[in-house]
Design a protein around this ligand. Sequence first.
Ligand code: ATP
Ligand code: MG
Length: 202
Amino acid sequence: MTEKEASAAEHKIKMQKQQREIRARIASAKTRRGVIIYLYGNGKGKSSSAFGTLARSLGHGKQGAVIQFIKGKWKTGEQEFFKKLGNVEYHVMGTGFTWDTQDREKDTAAAERAWEKAVPLLKDPGFDIILLDEITYMLKYDYLPVRKVTDALLSRPEKQNVIVTGRDAIPGLLEIADTISEVKEIKHAFNQGVKAQKGIEF
Ligand code: ATP
Ligand code: MG
């Protein structure tokens, strides 16, 4: 056997072993229930990932809902896109919390109003996937009690999936989420002076 053939044979054995292990793990995962996905960290990609998963669900004909907990100054592309679809309910926090209000009372009221939109959705088994985008800011600044949010998430319908995003690692959310990914900044174009772009940033 040549060195190349030996290496190919070794590779094949390794891949077969990996395939057996993966198949065994797939076969052992038997539970069917909705999950809480928590995406946090200081890098770019949390909301993009969440909306990607939402698109994946809607593509399968599932019913979704989005609540965006920050009122940005720009109309986002995702809002324009998903709002047009029939199977997604879309709410953006009204006046109130932005980086510019700096008014605790107003921000708390806005957070509560947005949360009130989420409450019935988190009780409705007709919604397969719910995205609570940027909700961690509301928890970090105590505009919403963490316990109120985690209780609602834990008592949601069994099959319902929820995605929560935001920069902060909130202990109560880390505790209850099923899938957690930290998106870590390695580089961001902004730090090289590149202006935020329509279609990339918003
Ligand atoms: P995206 O919506 O692009 O997936 P994100 O949800 O991970 O981003 P957020 O903290 O919600 O990040 O910030 C949203 C906006 O801030 C986006 O326009 C994004 O490009 C920008 N942003 C994200 N991370 C950074 C960073 N490390 N430095 C500068 N700007 C950032
Ligand atoms: Mg985001």
